[in-house]
Design a binder for this molecule. Structure first.
Ligand code: APR
Length: 246
């Protein structure tokens, strides 16, 4: 069943002008990166998510929040990109234009070689100064409360927390790429939070061909909408090989 859909979608991919790809937690699952909620095991299971990932939680206990993100950053650094990440980096070299938008904060797309990744939810690998908003890619990882190297104010993880707006430029770029693309792929995201919920629909409304790839049982779709129920690490390499050769 998936093979026929892969063949048909690959044919469309071959003639694509601009491919826009949206990824979520599912693409990193095969790298062993737990989702936010799945990561809340052991000690962390006792905490309300809002305590660990909200401005109010950070104001109450910044050391606790930093400990949570430090642990997640270490796990992301120890993980490796999987064949799905590599297939998207390869695809970017095969089509005239590819815009990669991710809801993930793990940095695995970049490590697989994808250029210009649009991070809608920020990154575990950046910190931001609470005083002047400056962004830092290294800081004192051993500090319980890391401080801005420029002004000495408290740093916070440069991620989007509950109740916060998505970064404006990233969001605008994501919308523009969705409006412009002729092929849109949604990979490993349940599409329940915005804008992941709307982007595939908007692309369809602009006559783009759309692929939804995740582990959910999906109802049968027909072109221009394609759905595949499968593992990204298996399906994406097959798709790129079917479209452009191994
Ligand atoms: N291959 C493809 N899809 C997969 C795989 C896999 N190996 N494993 C899981 N999935 C799919 C699931 O079927 C599901 O549709 O990935 C999706 C994961 O959904 P979520 O956990 O809701 O992740 P995501 O869509 O990224 O969540 C969006 O919501 O919880 C917040 O901030 C969090 O960034 C997250 C956002």
């Amino acid at each position: 069943m998936n093979d026929a859909v892969i063949t048909a979608f690959a044919k469309r991919l071959r003639t694509a002008r601009h491919v826009t790809v949206l990824t979520g937690a599912g693409i990193s699952a095969e790298s062993g990166i737990p989702t936010f909620r799945d990561a809340q095991t052991g000690l962390w299971s006792h905490f309300d998510p809002e305590e660990l990932a909200s401005p109010a939680g950070f104001a109450r206990n910044p050391a606790l929040v930093w400990r949570w993100y430090a642990e997640r950053r270490v796990k992301a650094c120890a993980a490796q990109p999987n064949p799905a990440h590599y297939a998207l980096a390869e695809l970017a070299q095969r089509v005239p234009q590819l815009t990669l938008i991710t809801q993930n904060i793990d940095g695995l797309h970049q490590r697989a070689g994808s250029p210009d990744v649009i991070e809608l939810h920020g990154s575990l690998h950046r910190a931001r100064c609470m005083a002047d908003g400056s962004v830092h890619t290294t800081w004192d990882y051993d500090e319980e409360l890391p401080l801005c190297p420029d002004c000495g104010a408290l740093l916070r993880p440069d991620v989007v927390w509950f109740g916060e707006m998505l970064p404006r430029v990233a969001l605008e770029t994501a919308w523009a790429a969705t409006l412009d693309c002729d092929v849109f792929m949604s990979i490993g995201t349940s599409g329940v939070v915005e804008p992941a919920a709307s982007l595939p629909r908007v692309a369809l409304g602009r006559d783009a061909t759309v692929l939804i790839l995740n582990l959910e049982q999906t109802t049968a779709a027909r072109p221009p909408l394609f759905t595949i129920n499968g593992k990204a690490g298996e399906v994406l390499p097959q798709l790129v090989a079917a479209a452009f050769g191994a």
